[in-house]
Design a protein around this ligand. Structure first.
Ligand SMILES: [Zn+2]
Length: 350
């Protein structure tokens, strides 16, 4: 099967009441780790690449690795998503390359760090939605600004400076017609999210719950949602690393989100930690080794374990075979006919 629409994956997740992890990749081993985890847990998957990843791996390599995954695991629905597109051109080039979904992060200007006005965000996102939907491609937008910086993209800060305003989220969904919406509820990108274990008073879950009530058909996305487990930090530090003490987003908070409309959960840091810990362990314990396979194999295995665990925790496990993978052309027709329109005014009048 070719790559499928992210919209289809998320619609199915909404029907089944589960979330789908979106895992970032830069190379072959990370794609292999995700696919093996998906096979083991029978999960549909979203694989995403940031602008930094596209630059690091080169577009053609990434795309063909993804096609190899689709060829090797035809039973698993795979969507390929552009993470944090910073401009119309970035999204257009991803679509031309064969991505089946793009994020237009219009919450920041093209420099990837200066917050935009609401109107600027609506305008650029609407433009990407028009272009993408005409081609059957899914669009994720962002309203509010996340904390931290990821691959050079982000406004920095703690994530609490620009919490999403539910009224703005509703107006944004209405005026752009996005399929999925990333909202800022206090999460940040990167490893250093919180300096103590966060609870309901830190993450604005009430904001998330209200937005879902008012936008029942728009799939919510949680960014910066690695859990940054202490065990993974410990392995790195045990073998010579120097990570400072830090906390991520507890899985229970993500699961509460999933019960309230979160369908896509972005995870990158946990996998980075798993890979780095495994590599450090091999190099420290057996310093005579120099074959990259000696440490890439355990690194891949460590990432697979984390991904498989998240797939189980998010509830996507067991759902790979629930539905027939639709060609992108079918999705394109759905947008053209209005059947896939998620705008609140349209949904409300149905
Ligand atoms: Zn993000």
């Amino acid at each position: 099967m070719p790559l499928v629409s992210m919209r289809q994956l998320l619609d199915e997740a909404a029907k089944g009441g589960y979330g789908v992890g979106a895992f970032n990749v830069n190379n072959m081993e990370q794609i292999q780790a995700i696919m093996e985890a998906a096979k083991e847990t029978k999960s549909p998957v979203i694989i995403q690449a940031s602008r930094g990843a596209r630059q690091f791996a080169q577009d053609r390599y990434l795309y063909h690795l993804m096609l190899a995954a689709a060829e090797l695991y035809p039973e698993i629905p795979i969507a390929m998503h552009q993470d944090h597109g910073n401009s119309f051109e970035t999204c257009k080039s991803a679509i031309e390359l064969g991505f089946t979904s793009v994020m237009m992060d219009g919450s920041l200007k093209e420099d990837g760090k200066t917050p935009t006005t609401f109107e600027e965000n609506v305008e650029i996102t609407r433009r990407v939605v028009d272009y993408a939907h005409e081609r059957g491609i899914t669009v994720e937008g962002e309203i509010g600004v996340l904390g931290g910086v990821e691959d050079g993209h982000g406004a920095g800060g703690t994530g609490l400076e620009h919490i999403t305003d539910p009224d703005q989220a509703v107006e944004f969904a209405e005026r752009t017609g996005v399929d999925a919406l990333a909202i800022a509820i206090g999460t940040s990108h990167g490893a250093y999210k919180f300096t103590k274990k966060p609870d309901g008073s830190v993450l604005k879950m009430d904001v998330l719950i209200e937005i879902h009530k008012r936008l029942p058909k728009t799939h919510l996305v949680m960014h910066g949602s690695s859990s940054v487990p202490k065990e993974l930090q410990d392995i790195i530090n045990q073998y010579g690393g120097k990570l400072k003490e830090t906390w991520g987003v507890p899985v229970e908070e993500i699961q509460l989100g999933i019960r309230n409309g979160v369908r896509k959960i972005n995870v990158d840091t946990d996998n980075r930690l798993a890979i780095t810990g495994a590599i450090r362990k091999v190099l420290v314990e057996t310093p005579e080794k120099f074959d990259p396979r000696d440490y890439m194999k355990p690194a891949r295995e460590a990432m697979k374990k984390v991904v498989a665990l998240r797939m189980t925790q998010f509830g996507q496990a067991g759902h790979a075979g629930d539905y027939k993978q639709l060609p992108i052309e079918e999705i394109r027709k759905g947008y053209a006919s209005g059947a896939l329109d998620t705008r609140p005014s349209v949904v409300g009048s149905r």
